[in-house]
Design a protein around this ligand. Sequence first.
Ligand code: PLP
Length: 400
Amino acid sequence: MKPDRALLRSRALSRFDENLRARLAELESASLLRTPLEVRGATAPRIDVDGRPVLAFSSNDYLSLAGHPALRAALAEGARVWGAGAGASRLISGTQSPHREAERQLAAHVGLPRALLFGSGYAANVGTTQALVGREDVVLSDELNHASLIDGCRLSRARVLVYRHADVDHVASLLAEHRRHHRSALIVTDALFSMDGDLAPLADLRALADLHGAGLLVDEAHTVGVLGEGGRGACAQLGVRPDALVGTLGKALGLAGAFVAGSAELVRWVENRARSFVFSTAMPPAIAFAVPGALELARAADEGRARLLRHASAIRAVAARVGAPAPRAEGPIVPLIIGDPAATMAVSRALLERGFHVQGIRPPTVPPGTSRLRIVPQAGHTDADVDALVSALADTLSHD
Ligand SMILES: *Cc1c(COP(=O)(O)O)cnc(C)c1O
């Protein structure tokens, strides 16, 4: 069948598209319409925007590994030997050796018995949460958890109790009241909150989970590679054993994809029951092949981690002067809260003019009235890069 060229050329909007156009216009007038910045070169601390060098302060490439020559070479070699795609879900077409090897190394890295790869952190969180609890169960979820955990809670059909951000007393009272009415209970939390940059009270949550016979799922998207000795993550740093640990490969590890780690039983269960694993094509083998090298680079990056955290402190000091207070942040993510979405985007545009990409973050990613700049330095930034950003922030925000 030939495509109908007249139809493809037709300018008339269907009623369905007309409706979408009106809804897009609403988003635009509320300053909530999003359009990504087009970047021409590789992911790096300094990116190419329209032929102009711009310092990247909005990537989660914390250790600046995404552009690392050894990782680029490993991906190329992985594709040469193992092919471009995996072909199907691993339960259907079989599992290739690089996936198994990556899982062994990831489990060892975070200090848990086993791990399972997913195509993305989004898929790992949705699938793991949905697999671990069901209709008879209750799940307790921090109000600032990542969207993927929220969606996993919804998909699980468990009773969802949302607790006030990092409020252990609230978790304790919810467990005391509800735990006994359910088959099992699961506490789910980001380790480092992605838009606020603060750490969850992991040791207290572990103690409460033990007291009530509940499980603990910790999302270490922003902490694997970043916190702990050798970048083993927040749980390792604090000596907290999670029942399920989700880590991503696309942030500090510079690749793409994610994993869940836990006991052999937990990982077997997730492998059988997580719909985003069972019904999804496996990660390309080249990526799995590159994982051991990424872990090796991350473990060797003590200096880079120290530099990253030093950069974040310097930026946090100026953010505290010119933005609304965000007192809890402590890791590599620096929120600078402005409030109004239009004002936030105006500052973001002004910074881009001056050569800094600092993305404005608006609802629904953050609650209404808390639009912000989310500033993320990298190990690959120099002190001079950060000094330049700090002066630009001070200038831009004290002039309006
Ligand atoms: C980025 C992120 C995810 C999703 O990971 P992707 O690999 O990007 O899909 C999950 N949880 C948190 C806290 C994140 O910041």
